[in-house]
Design a protein around this ligand. Structure first.
Ligand SMILES: [Zn+2]
Length: 74
């Protein structure tokens, strides 16, 4: 079993991941995900790509803030 290197590293969705479930095309095959059910990899919309790239950038810039707060609360 191969680990999903694109999602596994940070838990973030890959920018080019499936429109429905966010999984990369390479490792997608067939997936079940509500509300679409069984589906093949579908290209994300431009907005989805943009959002994911922004989320990834935010994560890279400020992971320590988030982590520290999480630890304090935990
Ligand atoms: Zn999918």
């Amino acid at each position: 079993m191969t680990s999903d290197d694109e999602q596994g590293e940070s838990g973030l969705t890959t920018p080019n991941g499936c429109r429905w479930c966010g999984l990369g095309e390479r490792e997608h095959y067939r997936r079940w995900k509500p509300p679409v059910g069984w589906h093949h990899w579908t290209p994300p919309t431009d907005d989805q790509r943009k959002e994911r790239m922004q989320a990834r950038r935010r994560h890279v810039e400020g992971p320590h803030d988030v982590d520290d707060r999480y630890l304090l609360c935990g």
